[in-house]
Design a protein around this ligand. Sequence first.
Ligand SMILES: [Zn+2]
Length: 154
Amino acid sequence: MEERLTISKIKEGTVIDHINSGKALLVLKILGIDKNSKETVSMAMNVESKKMGKKDIVKVEGKFINEDQLNRIALIAPSATINIIKNYEIKRKFKVKIPKKVEGILKCPNKNCITNTEREPVKTSFSIYKVDNEIFAKCLYCGKKLSELEDHLE
Ligand SMILES: [Zn+2]
């Protein structure tokens, strides 16, 4: 009940729930939503959650975000759940899945990597893998391995 009060209903759009608390802004960054976006976005931070203690919620009105893009959220909030809302009802609900590969979202910290050349930079590409519940990325160009992925968002 409490959770329903926190997220007021929207007519159409995408609600991202069960985001680790404090990560809502990073979720928006991953989705490429900023002050120039036309969508109405609302956020709730530090919402009480039975499952997680505290969580964040992000609500994007009037936009259905594609699943590949939504799965990128798993890089920083692996337990996030997605609710697709149509006509005030949840039409689909799913948990984000860690993508096998991401392009153009993480930055390679290796200065000599081809993705960091000033003249003709190549779009970054990383394979994603999990070890003991921690998520890592590996640059497909130079092999550099990253942990703490939120520190490496482009
Ligand atoms: Zn690299």
